[in-house]
Ligand binder design. Sequence first.
Ligand code: PA5
Length: 470
Amino acid sequence: MPTAMLQIDYVNVLAAALGPAHGLTPAEIKRAESAVKHVITRIESERKNGRHRYRDLPDDGNMLNAVKTAVRKFKPGVENLVVLGIGGSALGNIALQTALNPPLHNLLPKNKRRGPRLFVIDNVDPVQFANLLDILGPAIKKTLFNVISKSGETAETASQFLITRDLLSKKLGAKNLAKRLVVTTDPETGTLRQLADDHGWYTLPVPDGVGGRFSVLSAVGLFSAAMCGINIDKLLTGAAEMSRRVASKVVRKNPAAMLALLLHAFYTRGKRMHVLFPYGYQLKDLADWYRQLWAESLGKQHDLEGRPVIVGPTPIKALGATDQHSQVQLYREGPNDKVFIFLEVEKFARDVKIPRGKGTPETLKYLEGASLERLLSAERRATEFALAASHRPCLNIRFPRVNEQTVGQFIMLWEAATSIMGGLLNIDPYDQPAVQLGKEYTYALMGKPGYEKLARRFAKRAGKTGRYSV
Ligand code: PA5
């Protein structure tokens, strides 16, 4: 059976819907096509030289086998899976779980779950971590920890790891540590790799050339997904289908190209905030994942030639219908500087009917006999219509259903759109130099050797700040 495909509707970005001041004309779109085509041609040729490696992940049979082998080895008897990671080493794992397992999965009884309870801890909040340790306490013997860090150096993940290692050693003995640990890291380099090799811990690779935020379809995201019963074959099939579509040089047939073209066209017109607005709880954490991908990849101060540019759209997440009651006032009447990208679910996995009953007030009778699916869908259409009536551009990405294939397509769609948008902005979407300085300041404050000079600078500054506090 052919897979249902995601579809992007863009009628509500056109001048015919929004008026000439805010909408795009078909002629403008046509004119923008050649630059996009040029970028796609470049990307496809660079792929032959090993660039844009995330595009090859859906066809990486070795990686898939490595993940499946690890799942076969570790899944039996495991009641809790704890993922320790941050940024690109966590957001995809969370998004897959929310999208493809039932809401509140961890609260379901064991026989209703397809795998262990999953805890993805992507922070070093002491209260959160201490509570997790309390919850795991008696079940530590049936808990598996998956430490994920491509660099193997990240302070947050390293500290979580050191706490966990100590706990496991004390409770189970140093010899048994290896049975409760899977390390996902660079195959060659980094402190975590070194430790894992020295102690013979089980490892999974983060493929070379695949950056954190592009790594969800590697062992980084696939191991926890498969442990929790998500069908990773189908996820990769969906991604592979999209990877083929986004290679097309016919811009109108290429969803990533159209997405990048339209968002870039609005960016150049000053609409630089891109609100991803899922109407479906299952899709809500994909909005967090998108936010990192779009922000960290595209916010740059130098172009490919090293010239200063300062570019980058601001990704925002919202959730329908919840945020209609918190943000839509701003979105319709505030500055017209945003593009809205709705996520529609055509057919939900489940539905709930609103019953008829005695004594329903006349004013609520219109709801009787309807379903929550119909109501949520009406709210999405109504909100899009209302925004368009206020001349705000809206795109709609339609999921025929939320399942492994369509989620795989969605991930590849945005990753490819990010590469194309990077090309249109003439920046490198795969680096993140600005994150480094904050890391170095943290090292200095935590007393890491080699950062003494920065630490002294901090101490000097600390003396002054008191004067400017209220
Ligand atoms: O996309 C990125 O590169 C970052 O968000 C990283 O994923 C994040 O900083 C974590 O890095 P690491 O996996 O090396 O611990």
